[in-house]
Ligand binder design. Structure first.
Ligand code: ATP
Length: 235
């Protein structure tokens, strides 16, 4: 579904990504593990059109997508789930969700259906639909950010460290939701430092260090890998 071939990215003279090769198959849940500054966000920014690769190619459903604008990518079916902090705090929960459905604005029925599905997945968002997004708890804001991303009915969702800054109980809920989205047929690419939680729900994983992919394997293989356990699981 998604294929990165020899993708490099520079920030000025600094090379943040070195010839990254990755692929995500239809229906897979793939995790990208890496420490702070390893390059996870840069990979996501590049897939979602915010950073331009200085080399290599990116294909989505066999089409070249390198260089497409972020809104064209949403139309193509790729959406990045922003952190809960990137919502519009003064706007209501409902209005924030509608913004996520912008690419479907011409089809009122499908927009309504998408909204109903999200309220079903997150009953709390229905309950609080008229409240300002900024009045929700941190965990609820993260749920709203996920709901907003799903409003465009994406084929592939990118989650960039969705567990960051959340209490353990909320982290558990966020991972359950990601698992459910995946079970419902959406392909997921998840960047995480929380290897323990991420490998439990992922099919496969990539490990990135200093802008390079250093390890690839099934979740079971990565979980059993001593280096991974030392670096990310603490055992
Ligand atoms: P984090 O979890 O901290 O976001 P990350 O794995 O997502 O880490 P990136 O944000 O992709 O890492 O950063 C990769 C490298 O690129 C880091 O060394 C970072 O300092 C550098 N970098 C990121 N954005 C820029 C920028 N706009 N200009 C210059 N260097 C940058």
């Amino acid at each position: 579904m998604l294929k990165l071939t020899d993708v490099s990215v520079h920030y000025g003279a600094f090379q943040a990504l070195h010839e990254i090769n990755m692929d995500v198959g239809v229906g897979e849940l793939v995790v990208l593990l890496g420490a702070n500054g390893a390059g996870k966000s840069t990979i996501f920014r590049t897939i979602s059109g915010l950073s331009k690769p200085s080399g290599g190619s990116i294909q989505f459903l066999n089409e070249n997508i390198g260089g497409l604008s972020p809104d064209r990518l949403v139309e193509a079916g790729i959406v990045q789930c922003a952190e809960g902090r990137k919502l519009f705090p003064q706007m209501s929960v409902y209005e924030n969700l509608l913004l996520g459905g912008y690419v479907r604005r011409k089809n009122k029925d499908s927009l309504k259906k998408a909204l109903e599905e999200i309220y079903q997945l997150f009953p709390i968002l229905k309950e609080k639909r008229n409240d300002p997004a900024g009045s929700l708890s941190g965990g609820q804001q993260q749920m709203l950010a996920i709901g907003r991303a799903l409003m465009s009915k994406p084929k592939l969702v990118l989650f960039d460290e969705p567990s960051i800054g959340l209490a353990p109980l909320i982290v558990e809920q966020v991972f359950e939701v990601i698992q459910e989205i995946h079970r419902n047929g959406t392909t997921v690419l998840l960047a995480e430092q929380n290897a323990n939680a991420a490998l439990k729900i992922a099919d496969r994983g990539y490990v990135i260090e200093n802008g390079r992919i250093v390890l690839v394997g099934t979740s079971g293989e990565l979980f059993a890998n001593d280096e991974i356990r030392k670096a990310y699981i603490g055992a």
